[in-house]
Design a protein around this ligand. Structure first.
Ligand code: HGY
Ligand code: MN
Ligand code: MN
Length: 421
């Protein structure tokens, strides 16, 4: 069925959502569990109810907007992403995947189409990990990658806990995180890289996500007077941290095109221009599609830390998310949908992390990418073409209809009954 969504309505919803915590440069700074996140959740829930969905949320505030199917006992076809953004985020990262799900429900309502399996639109809490590290935290608890207490006790830079902030915005639900069963999970997202745009392709059928390791690092030197302390013998934590930042860059560059390493967060103490910094706290993000290379990068990072003799270094790996392969049936459904709509496309692995990379550990999952301008994201200038966002949503609609059909549900149940290979 070559059904198409209403692209103008999708764009209008995206622009309305972008007004919440809008930034002067045109982006969005809507951090997880902030007042803006609450406002976005409230609006999303009201739009879903207007579309006839029943909205619920679990212990970590993961939101599920359910459109009933002919078979209410069938686990739903879920479509979603996240509404939280980076501090200098854009209008589309995450929000597109959530509102694409809503647009699909609105389109099915327009045409009076019911599905065998129910459909659910999902908003996963704290995907970005910018305020509460690590990223994909609530979808990670849902998938069993983290326990509930680990999530609830995560603290932001001001010391506020995830659990307190979730309760404060009124989205701490009663159902256990992970108890709300899903049949499949599909996520639409901007690529956040240059490949589709450079190759003039409209759709990326995403076959998996690369591995990630996140670290908290503490460098302890000694505060001292900048004027009267000789260079020899200083214990300058910032000078050591600077060498560590360059070591992260060079170890990533040493492992080929696919390897990336970033220090995106760094705090200097006491941060006074005439005191030699006695302490630096920084965060490191290493990624690679191959877990053995990623563990080699880990070893090289630890070796680099051992060369910093003038300071004591505390390095804690707070997260290791191994590479993940998505589900073949879901990938095939997306490929068939791309073929039906005739969009230029490619298969690809995601460089960025997504909730789908967690959910794929417990639910058949796949993603669809659309291009973004200059491949830019986590930047206020993030932008995407309405017709590309529409195309991605059309592909999602067609795949979701196929995967929600009784035959597809039966095939999934059959696969669950078969012994794992
Ligand atoms: O870190 C990531 O890749 C995602 O944007 N949270
Ligand atoms: Mn995202
Ligand atoms: Mn992001």
């Amino acid at each position: 069925m070559n059904l198409r969504i209403n692209g103008a309505r999708l764009w209008d919803s995206l622009m309305k959502m972008a007004r919440i915590d809008a930034l002067p440069g045109g982006g969005c700074g809507r951090l997880a569990l902030s007042d803006g996140d609450r406002e976005a959740r409230d609006i999303f829930a009201s739009w879903c109810r207007e579309a006839g969905c029943d909205v619920s949320y679990d212990r970590l505030g993961n939101m599920f907007a359910r459109r009933e199917g002919r078979d209410p006992d069938e686990p739903p076809v879920a479509i979603g992403s996240h509404l939280d953004t980076q501090p200098h985020g854009g209008k589309f990262d995450g929000v597109y995947g959530v509102l694409a799900g809503l647009e699909i429900v609105r389109t099915l309502n327009d045409h009076g189409i019911s599905t065998d399996a129910p459909l659910e639109i999902v908003n996963w809490t704290n995907e970005e990990g910018a305020r509460f590290a690590p990223a994909m935290l609530a979808s990670g608890v849902y998938a069993g990658a983290f326990d509930l207490d680990f999530a609830l006790t995560r603290r932001d830079a001001s010391g506020k806990s995830f659990g307190d902030e979730l309760a404060r915005i009124g989205y701490a639900g009663d159902t256990a995180c992970g108890a709300h069963k899903l049949g499949v999970f599909l996520e639409a997202h901007i690529e956040q890289g240059p490949i589709l745009e450079n190759n003039e392709e409209v759709i990326g059928v995403v076959t998996g996500g690369q591995g990630q390791r996140w670290y908290d690092v503490n460098l302890l030197g000694r505060d001292a007077h900048s004027g009267s302390t000789p260079m020899q013998g200083r214990r300058d934590a910032l000078a050591a941290a600077a060498r560590l930042v360059l070591a992260v860059q060079s170890l990533a560059r040493a492992h080929g095109e696919a390897a990336v390493g970033t220090v995106g967060e760094l705090n200097v103490l006491p941060n006074a221009r005439n005191t030699i910094p006695g302490e630096v706290r920084l965060a490191i993000d290493l990624r690679h599609p191959d877990d053995t290379v990623l563990s080699r990068m880990d070893h090289e990072l630890r070796a680099a830390c051992r060369t910093m003799e003038e300071v004591e270094i505390g390095l804690e790996m707070i997260w290791h998310n191994p590479p993940i392969a998505f589900d073949s049936d879901c990938i095939d459904a997306l490929k068939a949908a791309v073929k039906l709509h005739g969009y230029p496309s490619r298969q690809m692995v995601s460089g960025a992390g997504h909730d789908a990379c967690q959910i794929a550990r417990c639910v058949p999952t796949a993603m669809v990418f659309v291009p973004c301008k200059d491949g830019l994201s986590h930047n206020e200038a993030e932008s995407a073409e309405p017709e590309h966002l529409e195309a991605g949503c059309n592909v999602l609609l067609t795949a979701a209809l196929n995967l929600s059909a009784a035959t597809a549900c039966e095939r999934r149940q059959q696969r669950c009954r078969e012994p794992a290979e």
